[in-house]
Design a protein around this ligand. Structure first.
Ligand code: MN
Length: 254
């Protein structure tokens, strides 16, 4: 049976009138998360950011994909907002933090993309740079590219022996880059599995992968699946395969 992969949605808001109720929940189609899951043989299930159902949602999926999007409220890592902080969506932050906690408790394989990597790091106790250009100053390369999302703009170096290096089959990768935040203090339980030339963390994974499949990448792998190499598709395939193994174990235990 194809594993069900929960893909977290965001809220569409009229930002000119913050008092208005959100217009709806959605997963961006130009950033092709659901197509990435389906291409890998999983069944994508969009999870809207509504309160109070995180545990039930976690129970209903075999894998969890934390998608990209707005900035996480820095209160989750004990900081006040800097002027450069972007839009935050409290409903989404609350659902994803709770969802991740329940997913990890149940051993559900988790794949985080861009914001998803950042949510993983913070949920496990790490912190973020709220804004790389101002906080890293002149030492930072451009992590907010101005070219189409399927184009790479910087290289990343994977750590030898890491799960990400093995999945992608390469030590040096070309990736797109659409983030202004990044990992500052790495959470316990995570290891860095790729970094950019300026030292910015570009991928993380669980330090105990046999017990918990957990991978986060800072680039938008879903938008690079059609690149000539299979590297980015391989991330989706590895996540769906881990979810399938989890589902099989769960059925056997039932
Ligand atoms: Mn980057």
């Amino acid at each position: 049976m194809a594993p069900v992969i929960g893909v977290t949605a965001t809220l569409k808001q009229d930002l000119d009138s913050v008092a208005e109720r959100p217009l709806g929940s959605y997963v961006r189609a130009d950033l092709d998360y659901v197509a990435g899951v389906a291409q890998a043989g999983g069944v994508p299930l969009v999870l809207p950011p509504i309160p109070g159902v995180a545990e039930e949602m976690a129970r209903g999926v075999d894998g969890l994909l934390l998608s990209g999007g707005s900035d996480l409220d820095p209160a989750y890592y004990g900081e006040e907002a800097l002027p450069e902080l972007g839009v935050t969506i409290p409903e989404r932050d609350a659902l994803e933090m709770a969802l991740l906690e329940h997913a990890l408790k149940r051993g559900i394989p988790v794949f985080g993309i861009c914001r998803g990597l950042q949510v993983i790091n913070v949920a496990l106790g790490g912190t973020l740079y709220q804004d790389l250009p101002t906080q890293l100053g002149g030492g930072s390369i451009a992590h907010r590219q101005q070219t189409p999302k399927w184009q790479w703009t910087h290289e990343v170096e994977t750590e030898g022996g890491s799960n990400v290096a093995e999945i992608m089959g390469a030590r040096s990768l070309r990736v797109n880059s659409y983030h202004h935040q990044g990992v500052k203090d790495l959470a316990d339980g995570l290891v860095v599995s790729a970094h950019a030339s300026d030292g910015v963390v570009e991928a993380v994974e669980s330090s105990n992968l046999s017990e918990c499949w957990l991978v986060g990448v800072q680039w938008h792998a879903e938008a690079m699946r059609d690149a000539e190499s299979a590297e980015h598709r391989n991330l989706f395939a590895a996540h769906v395969a881990a979810a399938e193994r989890h589902a099989t174990r769960r059925r056997a235990a039932a």
